[in-house]
Design a protein around this ligand. Structure first.
Ligand code: ATP
Ligand code: MG
Length: 140
């Protein structure tokens, strides 16, 4: 299995409830390693740019508002099959459809305030990591 890196975001609903540690523990227990991490408040322009792929969707405006409503923790996760592994640990976008034991099943508040983001493919992982981090920030 390939050693991969993926971008993870712990979203404002989770930082607000002070459960970033519990979420990181789930990631680590799944074999993912945090190789870069920063807590930050996204600007509207940053959130719009990050979610540009969704700009035509009806939920886009609310999503940008939510993602800028409080601090996020952006992370680079590394591990074997890290992109798919992280998506597996996260669970489905809609927490009511997420499998038992996943982060979203156990922590998400709604389909929007769903606690975590994870890159969905190698190309998006590369671009999303570059959006937030330079090589100097990442220590594997
Ligand atoms: P993410 O990209 O955050 O890892 P995802 O890939 O599971 O999640 P996407 O379809 O890429 O889901 O949607 C991006 C984000 O937009 C979701 O995580 C969620 O916060 C929000 N979102 C998606 N669908 C809806 C919806 N129907 N209503 C409200 N918000 C939504
Ligand atoms: Mg997505």
């Amino acid at each position: 299995m390939p050693l991969e890196q993926t971008l993870s975001i712990i979203k404002p609903d989770a930082t607000r409830r002070n459960i970033t540690g519990e979420i990181i523990a789930r990631l680590e227990k799944a074999g993912l390693r945090v190789v870069a991490q920063r807590r930050m408040l996204l600007s509207t322009a940053q959130a719009e740019a990050f979610y540009n792929v969704h700009k035509a969707r009806p939920f886009f405006r609310n999503l940008v508002e939510f993602m800028t409503s409080g601090p996020v923790v952006v992370q680079v996760l590394e591990g074997e099959n890290a992109i798919a592994k992280n998506r597996e640990v996260m669970g489905a976008t809609d927490p009511s459809k997420a499998d038992a034991g996943t982060i979203r099943k156990d922590f998400a508040e709604s389909i929007e305030a769903n606690s975590v983001h994870g890159s969905d493919a190698p190309e998006t992982a590369k671009n999303e990591i570059r959006f937030f981090f330079s090589d100097l920030d990442i220590c594997g």
